[in-house]
Design a protein around this ligand. Structure first.
Ligand SMILES: [Zn+2]
Length: 339
């Protein structure tokens, strides 16, 4: 159905130089070609050692009171394994349909909205479904955590996207387990399993981010956007060698808050050693003025070699990384509530 371009990539680290990292969306062609195409080269601003965190000063927020988040990484990993068991999950595939039902089955008793629409893609019309789980809070406002559940398209059937698609789906399920059945003390939290994040043929502005481009437009029209205090995108955070990028297009205060959260939990060594700009699900929301951050590890295997390949398998992930990432999201929510 689609052009079987094995070179299709959505997000790729293009250069990991001694002192800088340059990332752009889409294909994994030659560094110069893609960099030129994107016009998005983002050299590191810091001339010191790459080991130095790129956050210059800690934000003013201190650790919130109360127990620290302590998610069971094995629990998150079990979700990843169940997701991966559906096989390849591109939009329109049997695996994708099964995963939709699986996610919904895990959200029984939760206020769930299915944001369904038909996307025009370079290879025809496809049904897209953003799944939104809403957990009410006592404060007026919404914190969104989003991550995509589709896998890249088209790739060999052996591609399972354990990290790219699998980890984000699982983290959101684990977050739902934290929030269900109670009224949250702070803002409401909405978890969004975004769909159609990946390109159908080749990553471009119109062949990518189908779900979030539509959702941002909808939320802008219906007034939801104005209620969102912050939006966090989680992507590829199960990597056993966890190395979260400081994504430079993200809203600065929110990006620093994520680093503060990691520091509060003693996980800062996994964050922001490298920086660069990435096109991801946060972009449509940034465009409509919603504070947004992309929390992503784009150093997946040496030179990101496992990304969008059949080597993106469960053995490259660790429960520890999933626990760290999920805990940092929870701590960041606490910090947003304390602002
Ligand atoms: Zn991807």
């Amino acid at each position: 159905m689609n052009s079987p371009l094995l070179t299709v990539r959505c997000i790729v680290v293009l250069a990991l130089l001694t002192l800088s990292i340059v990332t752009v969306a889409c294909s994994k062609p030659e560094q110069t070609t893609a960099a030129a195409a994107s016009g998005a080269a983002t050299p590191a601003s810091d001339s010191n050692s790459a080991a130095k965190p790129s956050v210059s000063t800690p934000p003013a927020q201190s650790a919130p009171s109360g127990p620290k988040p302590n998610v069971d990484g094995n629990h998150v990993m079990r979700y990843v394994k169940e997701v991966v068991a559906f096989g390849s999950r591109p939009v329109g595939s049997p695996g994708h349909a099964k995963l939709e039902q699986y996610i919904l089955s895990k959200l029984k008793g939760v206020d769930v909205e299915q944001d369904k629409f038909t996307a025009e893609t370079p290879v025809g019309k496809f049904a897209i479904n953003n799944i939104i789980a809403k957990f009410p809070g006592r404060e007026d406002g919404i914190i969104v955590v989003a991550g995509h559940y589709d896998t890249n398209y088209p790739l060999p059937k052996t591609y399972v996207g354990a990290n790219d698609g699998g980890s984000s789906t699982a983290m959101l399920l684990a977050l739902a387990d934290q929030f269900r059945g109670r009224t949250l003390d702070g803002y409401s939290v909405w978890l969004v399993w975004t769909d159609g994040e990946e390109a159908f043929v080749k990553w471009t502005a119109t062949d990518s981010l189908y779900g979030t481009r539509q959702l941002a437009e909808k939320w802008e029209k219906d007034g939801t956007a104005g209620k969102i205090k912050a939006l966090m995108v989680v992507d590829m955070l199960g990597d056993a060698d966890l190395d979260v990028l400081k994504e430079t297009r993200s809203t600065p205060w929110l990006s620093e808050l994520v680093y503060q959260a990691a520091s509060n939990l003693g996980y800062q060594s996994h964050f922001y050693k490298m920086q660069g700009g990435v096109d991801d699900d946060h972009m449509p929301f940034l465009k409509i003025g919603v504070p947004a951050v992309d929390i992503i590890d784009l150093d997946y295997g040496y030179n990101n070699v496992f990304h969008h390949t059949p080597q993106d398998t469960i053995d490259k992930l660790s429960p520890q990384s999933l626990a760290i990432s999920t805990d940092v999201v929870l701590e960041t929510i606490q910090l947003i509530n304390a602002r």
